[in-house]
Design a protein around this ligand. Structure first.
Ligand code: EPZ
Length: 416
């Protein structure tokens, strides 16, 4: 299994280009199931998770053509409605084929996605939403089975904002008979991107990006060209890495207003940030100030940036409190940071007290999930000495060519 070897202490400088967003591409590619024809995607990131969903669609019978940054999916040849355990277990986001399959074919069998390092991650809101649209749901032998002659529009109320739940039900409602209203919907930019794409395909969706989304069902959807939006979490990850190493970098091809929650906190930590329409310059030229954060649904501070920000606070002046309010177990990276000399104590499961230390020490550490691996890479960039990170496949799920992009910015990093 690959490892990343990092010799710390180099300030990041230069320019970096942001790739297409994993968490936008996954629901968008799933939406191609709704079309009895081809859907064309550009600015597609080259990630393991994208390969996983392509293989899943091909297993369902879709015909895919993939090349660098490009993906074409022909949904007209789909003849199977069962997403098998072996494919779903590799990536939880496979649950996103459930809504489209039952909306287009009236029947779907999808393996229950397991939990992962960060929590149990149930899908109850996905299922109760589909039941509200008239689907009958059964769960047997680890598979979800959803059936409906035709989904019927209805009111759906989410107990709490769910990103893929909102996406699944927006896609299902798009082909339902009559209109639906999704209340307490997630507001992430990826939801807006999906609604825009579905509307390009002929759907009638309003309100995406707000808590109330209305969907007027249509009979069918047609081909469209979809460009994947930039990855706001990759953007934020590079911003934190530059702040931590005291660098000066221009981040290009990003959307500054998709990452306002983080920018607000990085400014409070005394980082200099100069945003423009599609780029952000970030300069870490002052000592890092301690800042308290609480993760919240968009537009609050993103939970996917919590691990990276903890690394920054680990070397800040003073103490900071990190409250993870979205997932029940998203501090696994703290144990590895402790091995690198950080001073962190976890109280009551979802609040971490981070006491800033002067320096982190290089060590051998292990990645546990996608964003935890990013926090360890940032720690390796600032720690004195050589850090080796194992289980780097977690990183490859969500960061395109991370060591190449960091090397171009002056980091001493290589895959071994
Ligand atoms: C999406 O996951 C992202 N993944 C996650 O990014 C991200 O961390 C998360 O949203 C929160 O922003 C993709 O978009 C593919 P949720 P999702 O449903 O949709 C609970 C990454 O690193 N919940 O918004 O699965 C759930 O347990 C990944 O790129 C239910 O209880 O997250 C969590 O506590 C990690 N029942 C909260 O809601 C449900 O039916 C928010 O989860 C659904 C969710």
């Amino acid at each position: 299994m690959d490892k990343l070897k990092i010799i710390g202490g180099k300030r990041l400088h230069g320019e970096v280009n942001i790739s297409g967003a994993k968490n936008a591409a996954l629901p968008l590619i799933a939406a191609s199931i709704l079309v009895n024809g081809k859907t064309y995607f550009t600015n597609v990131p080259d990630l393991m998770d994208i390969t996983s969903i392509r293989l899943l669609l091909e297993d369902l019978g879709a015909t895919c053509k993939a090349s660098k940054g490009y993906l074409e999916v022909d949904g007209s040849s789909i003849k199977k409605i069962e997403a098998e355990y072996d494919l779903v277990r590799k990536m939880r986001a496979s649950i996103l084929v459930l809504g489209p399959l039952v909306a287009r074919f009236g029947h779907a069998k999808v393996s229950m996605p397991g939990g992962c390092a960060i929590g149990a991650r149930p899908v109850n809101m996905h299922l109760s939403g589909l039941e509200a649209l008239g689907a009958s749901i059964s769960i047997e032998h680890g598979y979800i089975e959803a059936k409906a002659d035709r989904l019927i529009g209805n009111e759906i109320y989410f107990d709490m904002p769910t990103v893929t739940g909102t996406e699944n039900l927006m896609m299902a409602a798009a082909l339902a008979k009559g209109s639906s209203v999704l209340r307490n919907a997630a507001k992430e930019p990826e939801i807006v991107a999906l609604a825009d794409a579905l509307n390009k395909m002929g759907a009638k969706i309003n309100g995406a990006g707000t808590a109330i989304i209305t969907v007027e069902g249509v009979k069918n959807l047609s081909s469209a060209d979809i460009k994947i939006i930039p990855d706001r979490i990759e953007t934020g990850t590079f911003m934190v890495a530059v702040a931590a190493t005291g660098g000066d970098v221009l981040i290009k091809g990003c959307e500054p207003d998709h990452i306002g929650g983080l920018i607000n906190k990085l400014k409070a930590a005394d980082t200099t940030i100069i945003p423009s329409t599609d780029s952000i310059r970030i300069i870490g030229n002052k000592p890092i100030k301690n800042v308290d954060i609480k993760t919240l649904p968009y537009p609050g501070f993103p939970t996917d940036m919590q691990a990276q920000f903890m690394t920054l606070m680990a070397i800040a002046n003073g103490n900071s409190m990190i409250h993870e309010s979205i997932f029940e177990n998203r501090f696994v990276h703290a144990n590895e940071l402790l091995r690198m000399g950080a001073d962190i104590s976890i109280s009551s499961g979802n609040i971490a007290m981070v006491r800033g230390v002067k320096k982190l020490q290089a060590a051998q550490v292990m990645a546990s999930d996608l964003r935890a691996s990013a926090s360890l890479v940032i720690a390796g960039l600032v720690a004195e000495g050589t850090t080796v990170i194992s289980r780097v496949y977690h990183m490859d799920r969500g960061y395109e060519a991370i060591e190449k992009k960091l090397s171009l910015l002056g980091a001493d990093i290589e895959r071994i």
